[in-house]
Design a binder for this molecule. Structure first.
Ligand SMILES: Nc1nc2c(ncn2[C@@H]2O[C@H](COP(=O)(O)OP(=O)(O)OP(=O)(O)O)[C@@H](O)[C@H]2O)c(=O)[nH]1
Ligand SMILES: [Mg+2]
Length: 428
């Protein structure tokens, strides 16, 4: 397949740390040819940056050898600022949110994700359309899509209707998702969700633990749709769900649009929070903080296993420093921590051990059953839903099983119906 040729763009920021906005631009296939930084605490009310910088950029666009097709602003533009800048430079202007939405749109592979993205997009566009209506009315602008003010008004009404319809559809999907989760939980599965900043390695981890083939890419927001898989390496019945990545400074309405997806995190028995340990210390700190804030905003109260991934890229000393930060930062919360490398399969066993120990109410139960055909079919059910620690055949069958509460209760009633005995039971 022929690779899309990259379009040239420039970045405009009010601070020096342009790493993330650059990644967002590159994830949209833009090639950044220059960056303009104007240090200021607050954006200019009229045009986000001051007049001097605005002129400097206009000059650059006019004289650059590259064909600049977009100017990317590392921040949120008010519609009036966007209007001023596009007209002044006569080139497409995107802000950070627009870039994020474009990536989302590109990656939305399933119906729910497509609806979620469309809702976020409409929400994003609404104030811009309102601005166009305002300008069209005051005779400043011919109107959206060269159609005049009536079309703009119609378009605005259409947006409102569409948003309402999408919300209804998403609500329906959300209910189904809730039911499915409920059902899974009640059939004895522990629910574990992978959460964390985009590009931390969540999908890579799910792939190694479950032999799955989810798309893994070195770009932001590779995953938009959730995927749930059974954890093969464990006889404890665990379903692990991959989720959309976090990024800081996302307005609440985007998070709302992805609400049903993120509910997988809130309802999990344990959340595995994956963080990229190879980031610089300050970026690492910022991402841990953003991610933990996100989890508490989502209402997570269950334990969190913080997984420092990509340790293959850093020294042991750096791992220590970052672990210390996490310990201090998460002090007082229900959490544990492990440092791993998915690429090198480092410490994955330790990760699983810690995960098991965070699962709620694990029981060990020893039972004795008559050696019959019914016991054999019971045994295959046990294999499916719990971990068989030990089995001894005599004229009877003795088993030691580790499992969680719901399955333990089912085992006890099955043992009674098979005319067996519960010999011992303890909470782990
Ligand atoms: N060096 C190194 N790279 C890793 C490791 N684990 C994952 N990666 C790389 O990190 C990048 C992101 O991995 P993903 O698994 O797509 O990350 P994600 O958290 O699912 O990202 P989103 O879906 O965008 O939220 C990919 O290029 C992976 O190959 C690791 O242990 N070491
Ligand atoms: Mg992913």
């Amino acid at each position: 397949m022929q690779k899309k040729s990259k379009k040239a763009g420039i970045l405009v920021s009010l601070h020096d740390d342009v790493n993330e906005i650059r990644l967002l631009a590159e994830s949209n296939d833009y090639h950044i040819v220059n960056t303009f930084v104007q240090h200021r605490d607050h954006p200019d009310v009229t045009s986000y940056i001051g007049i001097g910088k605005r002129d400097e950029i206009k000059e650059y666009i006019a004289t650059s050898e590259e064909d600049i097709s977009v100017v990317i602003i590392d921040g949120t533009l008010k519609p009036s600022q966007w209007f001023v800048l596009e007209n002044y430079w006569n080139v497409t202007v995107y802000d950070r949110l627009r870039l994020i939405l474009m990536i989302f749109k590109d990656r939305a592979d399933r119906k729910e994700a497509r609806l979620q993205v469309r809702l976020a997009e409409l929400q994003y566009e609404r104030p811009f359309v309102r601005e166009l209506i305002h300008r069209a009315r005051s005779g400043e602008h011919p109107g959206l899509m060269a159609g005049g003010e009536y079309q703009v008004d119609d378009y605005y009404e259409m947006m409102k209707k569409q948003m309402k319809q999408i919300k209804e559809k998403l609500n329906h999907i959300r209910k189904q998702r809730h039911l499915r989760r409920h059902h899974r939980h009640h059939s004895g599965y522990f629910l574990v969700s992978l959460a964390g900043y985009t590009n931390a390695g969540k999908s890579s981890l799910l792939n190694v633990l479950t032999d799955e083939q989810i798309d893994v890419e070195d770009r932001l927001f590779s995953t938009l749709s959730t995927t749930t898989r059974k954890l093969d390496q464990s006889h404890i019945p665990i379903l692990m769900t991959d989720t959309v990545g976090f990024i800081q400074r996302l307005p609440a309405w985007i998070i709302d649009a992805f609400h049903s997806t993120l509910e997988e995190i809130k309802d999990a028995d344990v959340v595995i929070l994956v963080v990229d340990a190879s980031d610089s210390f300050s970026v690492f700190q910022r991402k841990v903080k953003t991610s933990m804030d996100e989890l508490s905003d989502l209402g997570v109260t269950n334990p969190v296993l913080v997984v420092l991934n990509k340790t293959d890229l850093i020294s042991n000393e750096q791992v220590d420093v970052k672990e210390q930060f996490v310990s201090a930062f998460c002090a007082g919360k229900k959490f544990d921590m492990v440092s791993i490398s998915v690429h090198q399969h480092l410490h994955l066993d330790e990760l699983l051990k810690k995960l098991y120990s965070l699962l709620p109410q694990l029981y060990q139960i020893e039972i004795q059953l008559p050696n019959t055909e019914e016991t054999q079919s019971f045994l295959s059910w046990v294999y499916e839903y719990s971990r068989l620690e030990d089995i001894v055949y005599t004229d009877k069958v003795n088993m030691v099983i580790t499992t969680h509460q719901q399955i333990k209760d089912k085992i006890i009633s099955k043992v009674a119906s098979l005319k067996g005995n519960v010999i011992d039971m303890k909470q782990l």
